[in-house]
Design a protein around this ligand. Structure first.
Ligand code: GDP
Length: 195
């Protein structure tokens, strides 16, 4: 898929522990339960590469996966988890800020948005952080199989309108369903072409 094996590299909780910045990398962000693990698994063709549930103790880790020899896929912790203690949220925000602002090899952030819900305030905060960090982000709509055509179109329109006020937004979105495979090849192709 990406000219070489796809493998888990490491989970990190500090900037110092990041792997050497010697590959192109993309990161995946989204609210808890948005379908991030499912999408990463569909994308890599590996059934349980990304943990399909968020183990509480591991929620602050930034997980690195090697896509072949020359790219990293970075799985950021899910955000907006209501039960997370304030101190945990703070620590994660600090790490996220440092990562987004400081990672030279980060080429694009994929921000996952549930097709059923569109962009919520907690998503918009992340988009604002991406603007500030000048990290180009692309919205990936998830679980498209769960909505009817009318909801799909309405929520895509809501997202497109919301992107207008974000200077770091990439102007095209990708609509996906891990369940049905919709959009997965498109997303894979986008990642494969980033240099
Ligand atoms: P994460 O917390 O963002 O990693 O979310 P998961 O990948 O664990 O998915 C959360 C829930 O949504 C699980 O029950 C998945 O089976 C379900 N899910 C994820 N992607 C899809 C999809 O494309 N279609 C449908 N119908 N369900 C999905």
């Amino acid at each position: 898929l990406f000219a070489g094996p796809v493998d888990f590299v490491k989970g990190v909780t500090t900037m110092a522990a990041l792997p050497p910045a010697d590959r192109v990398e993309v990161c995946f962000a989204g609210r808890s339960n948005v379908g991030k693990s499912s999408l990463i698994n569909a994308l890599t063709g590996r059934k349980s590469l990304a943990r399909a549930s968020n183990t509480p103790g591991r929620t602050q880790e930034i997980n690195y996966f090697a896509l072949g020899e020359s790219r990293y896929l970075v799985d950021l912790p899910g955000y907006g988890f209501a039960e997370a203690p304030v101190a945990v949220v703070r620590k994660w925000q600090e790490l996220l800020r440092a990562y987004l602002a400081g990672r030279q090899t980060l080429r694009r952030a994929f921000v996952l948005i549930d097709t059923r819900h569109g962009i919520k305030q907690v998503d918009d905060e992340i988009l604002g952080l991406l603007d500030k960090s000048a990290v180009t982000f692309q919205v990936v709509m998830t679980k498209a199989d769960k909505v009817n055509q009318a909801t799909r179109e309405a929520n895509i329109a809501q997202v497109m309108a919301a992107l207008q006020k974000h200077p770091a937004a990439y102007p095209e979105i990708i609509v996906t369903s891990s369940e049905k495979g919709e959009g997965v090849e498109t997303l894979r192709a986008v990642i494969a072409t980033l240099e």
